[in-house]
Design a protein around this ligand. Sequence first.
Ligand SMILES: NC(=O)c1ccc[n+]([C@@H]2O[C@H](COP(=O)([O-])OP(=O)(O)OC[C@H]3O[C@@H](n4cnc5c(N)ncnc54)[C@H](O)[C@@H]3O)[C@@H](O)[C@H]2O)c1
Length: 253
Amino acid sequence: MGQLDGKIALVTGAGRSVGLGIAQELAEAGASVAVNDLHPDRAEAARNQIKPAGGRVIAAAFDVASLAAVRAGVARVESQLGPIDILVNNAGIPEGIGATGPFVDSDPAQWHHNIDLNLYGSMYCIRTVLPGMAQRKWGRVIQISSGAGSRGVPQVSIYSAAKAGIEGLLRSVAIEMAQSGVTLNAIALGLMANTAERIGDSAYLQRIFSTIPMGRLGQPREIGACVVWLASEKAGYVTGQTIHINGGTVHGR
Ligand SMILES: NC(=O)c1ccc[n+]([C@@H]2O[C@H](COP(=O)([O-])OP(=O)(O)OC[C@H]3O[C@@H](n4cnc5c(N)ncnc54)[C@H](O)[C@@H]3O)[C@@H](O)[C@H]2O)c1
């Protein structure tokens, strides 16, 4: 028996990388999993890759940055799998938008990409599933955040602002929901292996390695394992928290 047998999970941005690792771990723990992504082919490929341990796995392509799309997408997932018990807000890197450079040079017309996805997208998903969770007196919201939400990281200030914003929202909503059976927590990541592969700049990566006490990057499955724990009954007394998974980097050092 898996510890999440019978539970229904939606993981956003799960077509690859961190979200895929989270979806795999949830499915192996027995949950039925809806694999969301902006790209239907990515969501389908991820679904085919995930081996369920008891539940079902479906692809659920929609844009989390659109409230109408979220409402329709959640309704489709719930008609196929049942009411969502576990929401993992993982989608957080806007398509085609990397580091935005120094804030002083940034274009205000471009700020919305990060805010729309990380803040509004996450809020749309939470707002859509929360009433059902509260009514059923059980639910888990797990937000994937970044160390950039709580410490200064140059070149990504708009992303930092969005991650700090969503962590702030969770802390407040967690208190509002504290007696409802619904917990809301964030996991703030350090640099993950998948991103390092994309960066490819070895001097830059060497500098980052030197700030990570464990001297290595994070793996998606390691994030998934923490998500499974937060989603389980065992973590029922944990709410409103941000857990940092980053190989031991201590903020402020
Ligand atoms: N990778 C890292 O080093 C790192 C570090 C800190 C935090 N994070 C956080 O981890 C999460 C996942 O990052 P990743 O590196 O796996 O990203 P990724 O870009 O590799 O994968 C994210 C997936 O989300 C999908 N997506 C993008 N916009 C979407 C939208 N509007 N609706 C639905 N799906 C959408 C993409 O198509 C993609 O498949 C993000 O929240 C990110 O901020 C990552």
